[in-house]
Design a binder for this molecule. Structure first.
Ligand SMILES: [Zn+2]
Length: 340
């Protein structure tokens, strides 16, 4: 167990953060996702393109948390492009092995497992956005069966691939929001991660059914999402950078299944309440979703545009700033009292 020093710091201005878990097939292969979501995955590239246009239109600085394997153009089991040096998690609940679905082919053959073109698309749309990590193969870092060595190896490889593109990875979105190995993040120089949403039903999540019911009910009622004024940061030794927990405020849900009960206007209303709350309290409103979620209905783009337009209005009025996760963390860092 690696103990971390922690501190807290308050925000003194309203900030909007949007983080996008970009994983394609890596996000759901262990849950038979290729079958369930294939028609959505096939639209992810056009969704990303449309999102980039929207972000540009409204001056939004987004944080794209990418699975590292998507940086690859191809891979093979033991050829020159093998990634056998990267440690993979081994979970008793997934006995097939974490790479059992890796096609060991290329982006041309399996575009849901490789996406260097998506990385280029994001990089090509200007300097507004941050590329963040989502581990190398969507490893569930908070699972007790995921060792520290696996976490370190996964993040090192993601970092190496990003550096080849001239990028430094300094923010992490944990796959499945499963938080673990913060000391590894500190060691590698990360400055932020997306923490858990501190909603009113957090304590009810102990039973999955109650938690699920509350998630839908919360959206149906469009309750004001949690916005954050106080932040916790961590570090292992005084030479390391502070790592900030930037908790989620709201998931922008797809359509399909029970989510169909929640109309578009409810989602938009909830997000706008979050924006208003952040402005009122000089706090953080942190929205997130997966790009493939938006493939479930064209309505979701309309709703998102309405939200982003209202954010732009607040930014223009000088009431709010749109920042990436790393920019938010660095700002908070500047507000820390010097060490005594
Ligand atoms: Zn591979």
């Amino acid at each position: 167990m690696h103990s971390l020093e922690s501190r807290s710091v308050a925000l003194d201005k309203a900030v909007f953060v949007i983080s996008l878990d970009t994983e394609l097939a890596w996000g759901s292969f262990d849950r038979d996702g290729l079958r369930a979501y294939e028609r959505y995955y096939s639209q992810v590239r056009s969704v990303v393109e449309r999102l980039l246009v929207l972000f540009q239109r409204y001056g939004i600085r987004a944080t794209w948390a990418l699975v590292g394997h998507l940086f690859l153009r191809s891979c093979s089991r033991d050829g020159a492009d093998s990634h056998s040096h990267v440690l993979q998690p081994s979970y008793s609940w997934y006995p097939q092995g974490w790479l059992s679905q890796d096609p060991y082919s290329s982006v041309e053959t399996d575009p849901f497992f490789y996406a260097p073109d998506v990385v280029e698309m994001i990089l090509g749309s200007g300097k507004n956005h941050e590329i963040a990590s989502h581990t190398f193969t969507h490893a569930i870092l908070g699972d007790p069966e995921c060792s520290r060595d696996v976490a370190l190896s996964q993040l090192r490889e993601s970092g190496r691939l990003a550096r080849e593109k001239g990028l430094e990875l300094t923010s992490l979105v944990f796959p499945r929001n499963s938080i673990g190995h913060l000391d590894v993040l500190c060691e590698l120089g990360y400055v932020s991660f997306r923490g858990l949403e501190r909603n009113w039903f957090r304590k009810l999540n102990s039973t999955p059914i109650a938690g699920r019911f509350c998630r839908y009910f919360d959206k149906l009622m469009a309750f004001t999402p949690p916005c954050y004024k106080e932040f916790t940061c961590y570090r292992k030794t005084a030479v390391q950078r502070w790592l900030f927990d930037l908790p989620a405020s709201m998931f922008y849900p797809p359509f399909g299944g029970l989510w169909n009960l929640v109309g578009l206007s409810r989602r938009v209303e909830q997000a706008k309440k979050g924006v208003a709350q952040a402005v009122r309290n000089k706090a953080l409103f942190h929205l997130w979703f997966h790009p493939f979620n938006l493939a479930s209905s064209p309505l979701l783009f309309e709703g998102l545009e309405e939200v982003l337009a209202s954010i732009d209005d607040q930014v223009q009025a000088g009431n709010l700033e749109s920042l990436t996760m790393t920019e938010t963390a660095l700002y908070l860092n500047s507000r820390l009292e010097p060490d005594t």
